[in-house]
Design a protein around this ligand. Structure first.
Ligand code: FES
Length: 170
C-alpha cells in the first residue's frame, strides 16, 4: 500500500491487540523505512518512547493527508477519461526509433513502442493493476501509470508496483 502522505505506517496496528505491530506503506522507500521500522518497533516492543512514534503511527490522520487522499481519488477518476479520448498518434509510422506513444485502435488504447532497430511493439495501454491508461515517459523511456505509480519498461515488463504483471501484448 502507498500512504497518501508518502510516509510508511510503522507501529501498533489500529483496532488490533496491543501486541500487533505493522510496517508497511513503503512507497518505494523500503530500504529506509525497513531500517526505521527495525529501530522504532524495537523501542515500542520494549515499552520505550521513540521520537518517531507519532510521525509513523498507522493511526495518524492529517488534514493534509485527507486533502491529498481526496485529490488523489479525483485524479484517479480523471485518468479513466483516457479511455474515451483520442490517441497521441494515429499510426506507428509517426514514431521515431526509441520512442513510444498511446494510440487508439477501435475501442482500445494501445501503448506502442518503436525500438532502436525500428521494430514496432504493441501492448494494451491498460495498467494491469486497476485499469488506468499508462503514459509514455520519454525521459526514462518507460510506460508510467498515473494512478498509483506502476512503471513498465519499454518492452512492457513491469519493474515497479503496485502492479505485479506486465502489460499484455496486443
Ligand atoms: S492502475 Fe494502479 S498503478 Fe496503474
Amino acid at each position: 500500500m502507498e500512504p497518501v502522505d508518502g510516509i510508511a505506517f510503522i507501529g501498533r496496528n489500529p483496532l488490533d491487540s496491543d501486541n500487533v505491530f505493522i510496517a508497511t506503506g513503503d512507497s518505494g522507500q523500503g530500504m529506509t523505512h525497513g531500517t526505521i521500522a527495525g529501530m522504532l518497533l524495537t523501542d515500542l516492543l520494549q515499552g520505550r518512547k521513540n521520537a518517531w512514534e507519532d510521525l509513523y503511527s498507522p493511526s495518524r490522520i492529517t488534514l493534509r493527508a485527507f486533502t491529498e487522499y481526496a485529490g488523489e481519488n479525483i485524479n484517479v477518476a480523471e485518468q479513466f477519461a483516457d479511455y474515451v479520448t483520442a490517441g497521441e498518434i494515429q499510426s506507428p509510422n509517426e514514431l521515431k526509433p526509441g520512442t513510444g506513444a498511446i494510440m487508439r485502435e477501435g475501442l482500445s488504447k494501445l501503448a506502442v513502442y518503436r525500438d532502436e532497430g525500428g521494430v514496432v511493439h504493441r501492448y494494451s495501454a491498460v495498467c494491469p493493476h486497476l485499469g488506468c491508461v499508462v503514459a509514455w515517459n520519454s525521459t526514462e523511456k518507460t510506460w508510467d501509470c498515473p494512478c498509483h505509480g506502476s512503471k513498465y519498461r519499454a518492452d512492457g515488463r513491469v519493474y515497479q508496483g503496485p502492479a505485479n504483471s506486465d502489460l499484455t501484448s496486443a
